[in-house]
Design a binder for this molecule. Structure first.
Ligand SMILES: [Zn+2]
Length: 270
């Protein structure tokens, strides 16, 4: 599933090819993805110029003066800028035909992705009530400490709550907690301010590093190739239940936390 770094990497790869470009037509090969594609997409996008490509949480926004197209990659979605004549493959559900003989093509085998519309000056309901971006200044140890007081939920669930901070998925929560040496099952309200400062720093460092690594795969973004996997060889705990801790060699523990598999080191994390 694309996580925040992949979405940000996608945004950075697409922006130079989309910003300032006029959408000429919308070619839909089906009416719905996860949700129906609203009529406003076909009504407002043709003729509109893409002013900016932004990201909020794991949504990409193509901003035009008429409103914003809101894209989510779901479990398996991908976006490519291709020559318009590129043959359509299975699961190529939507094309935005662009000036200059190119298309922005949305492919999504599992169709958990979405293409929605946000009217100018409004915030789409899916973007309301979200916490700060993890790489913003607003997100820091003081924020986590203040929001966590009195909470008995495991700190890992707290960190993955989109109302607290957006875009910290299972991989990044597990890795950040390991780096900050915090046990994922510890009650969020029983983590000190000092330890939340270490945790916020770990989240920022790990996400920024993942974005940087993802960015290096984007030199040939205008190609039908998928974004290669990265980062796996650098994981300390995620997906390593039962294996020795890379720091202390203790066997890593694994359990379900909030229906997500989580892994931690019983020696390094308290
Ligand atoms: Zn350890």
């Amino acid at each position: 599933m694309p996580e925040l770094p992949e979405v940000e990497t996608t945004r950075r790869g697409l922006a130079p090819h989309l910003e300032g470009v006029i959408v000429r037509a919308v070619l839909q090969r089906r009416d719905d993805l996860r949700w129906p594609i609203p009529d406003q997409i076909r009504a407002h996008l043709p003729g509109a110029r893409i002013e900016a490509v932004r990201r909020r949480a794991k949504y990409l926004l193509l901003d035009t003066l008429a409103g914003s197209a809101l894209l989510h990659l779901g479990m398996s979605g991908s976006l490519r800028v291709l020559p318009a004549a590129t043959p359509v493959k299975a699961h190529d559900h939507v094309d935005l035909a662009l000036d200059g003989g190119r298309v922005l093509r949305f492919n999504d085998p599992r169709r958990f992705g979405s293409l929605l519309w946000q009217a100018p000056g409004t915030t789409h309901p899916l973007l309301q009530g979200l916490g700060p971006e993890p790489l913003s200044e607003e997100f820091d140890g003081a924020w986590l400490f203040a929001r966590s007081r009195g909470r008995s939920a495991p700190v890992k669930s707290f960190l993955m709550d989109q109302r607290i901070v957006v875009g910290v998925g299972n991989i990044y929560a597990a890795e950040s907690l390991f780096r900050a040496r915090i046990h994922p099952l510890r009650a969020a309200g029983r983590v000190s301010r000092e330890r939340y400062e270490a945790l916020a720093m770990a989240v920022k460092d790990i996400l920024a590093h993942a974005i940087q690594r993802g960015g290096t795969t984007l030199r040939d973004f205008i190609s039908p190739d998928g974004v290669p996997g990265y980062f796996e060889q650098e994981l300390w705990v995620y997906g390593r239940g039962g294996l020795p801790c890379k720091r202390c060699a203790a066997a890593l523990k694994q359990a379900q936390v909030g229906q997500r598999t989580t892994v931690w080191c019983p020696h390094c994390q308290r």
